[in-house]
Ligand binder design. Structure first.
Ligand code: GLN
Length: 411
């Protein structure tokens, strides 16, 4: 019933709407540019090797575990044992589902705290695993008027008291996403300490979705697992798709203490058994080469340039937005856009409320598509996002230039 009721997922829906009118697609966060040659070459070479065509061990190919272990040993400042503290998954998404599946019991009403906006897979994945999502929204705290002025993603705050009030005797897990999709917020060390304190006081497992850890703009990404007392209770999830701009490869991973990874790995084994072999090998080589060629620093500056181009386009069009400090999304505030009363919407848009109409109107009238962020909220909190449209900037200069040109129509 969960799926029957949901109908089209927001990504497919907005991709189809965009394609139907030839809109510039800043909706779904996929790269419109090819991966760097060394990455695709690594995969091609891996596929050419006969021994890479059969099942990988459920935990992952040893070569990839070793590379990811080395990366996390650096990121988390501790020696990660690839044989017990890591598991490779069919994308970060499956790592999350496996972790929920491992730690939630059906029929017990166990609760998972999701911070809104919450990436749209979290809710169904928690429910599939037998859990009940409980939502705590980020709230915009600034003297500025976000409908008229540019604000910072750091103005979107989690109130620790509101978080703690959401915890009950049934709460098992807290999901934290930093850098954050869609806000672009990078949680500060102080904010993470407050969240970590709540997790420790109530003995919660933290699932840290840090798939954008390599993309921050002038701000340091802090992994909550590095805070005192947090390693023991945190599963950190990462993504090769995000790291290398290959979102279709579906390779991700989970890192944490052996006691948390073992059940996650068991769930993974029963959900997909194992992740595809050749692309694990390809990613292993790419990770090795990336450290040699300073790939991540170059990539970060390329994304920062794309972010700045989109912000300049919105400045020029007079549309305020939330400055992202990380990831590759930006929330534009379209409160000033007035949709004519008699404007016609297809029924599948009409049914989804004002925010979907706004995104659709944008596609039709300005030829630029984004994602309606109310999809990242529970019904009770959708009002917080009705005026926003999320634009992705993991796109080529040409795409961003064309979007800028079209947005001029807003003036
Ligand atoms: N993470 C990407 C985004 O937010 C893609 C999501 C998806 O297609 N499921 O756009």
């Amino acid at each position: 019933p969960l799926y029957a009721a949901a109908g089209l997922d927001v990504w497919t829906m907005m991709n189809q709407a965009a394609a139907s009118v030839g809109a510039v697609n800043l909706g779904q966060g996929y790269m419109s540019f090819p991966p760097k040659d060394f990455i695709t070459r690594a995969a091609q070479e891996a596929l050419a090797e006969n021994s890479h065509n059969q099942y990988a061990p459920p935990r992952g190919r040893p070569g990839l575990l070793e590379q990811v272990g080395a990366r996390f040993s650096r990121l988390l400042g501790r020696d990660i044992d690839p044989g017990s503290e890591l598991s490779v998954h069919a994308g970060a998404n499956e790592a999350l589902l496996s972790a929920f599946t491992a730690f939630l019991e059906h029929g017990k009403g166990e609760e998972v705290i999701l911070i809104e906006p919450a990436f749209d897979q979290y809710t169904p994945n928690v429910i599939m695993a037998g859990g009940r999502p409980v939502y705590v929204p980020l709230r915009v705290r600034t003297t500025k008027d976000p409908a008229r002025e540019v604000v910072s993603s750091s103005d979107w705050k989690l109130d620790p008291a509101e978080l703690e009030a959401a915890v009950s005797s049934k709460t098992r897990i807290l999901v934290l996403n930093t850098p954050h999709n869609p806000v672009g917020k990078v949680f500060t060390r102080e904010e993470l300490e407050e969240i970590g304190a709540v997790a420790q006081r109530h003995n919660l497992l933290v699932i840290a979705d840090e798939v954008y850890e390599h993309l921050t703009y002038g701000i340091e990404h802090v992994s909550i697992a590095t805070l005192p007392g947090m390693w023991e209770r945190t599963i950190t999830v990462g993504s090769a798709g995000k790291l290398f701009g290959v979102t279709g490869w579906r390779v991700g991973w989970a890192v944490g203490p052996a006691s948390l990874i073992a059940p996650t790995l068991s769930a993974h084994t029963r959900i997909v058994f194992t992740t595809n072999t050749p692309l694990q090998e390809g990613i292993a080589s790419a990770l090795c080469l990336a450290h040699d060629n300073d790939f991540f620093n170059v990539q970060r500056s390329e994304y920062e340039r794309r972010r700045n181009r989109l912000m300049a386009a919105l400045d020029d069009a007079g549309l305020p937005y939330v400055v992202p400090d990380g990831a590759y999304y930006l929330l534009a505030n379209a409160a000033s856009i007035k949709i004519p009363k008699d404007y016609e919407f297809p029924s599948y848009i009409e049914a989804r409320g004002y925010n979907f109409k706004l995104a659709y109107f944008f596609i039709k009238e300005f030829g630029v598509s984004g994602i309606p962020p109310t999809e990242f909220y529970s019904d009770a909190h959708k009002a917080l996002a009705v005026d926003y449209i999320r634009f992705a900037f993991c796109k080529t200069d040409e795409v961003l230039e064309e979007a800028a040109r079209r947005l001029q129509k807003l003036k």
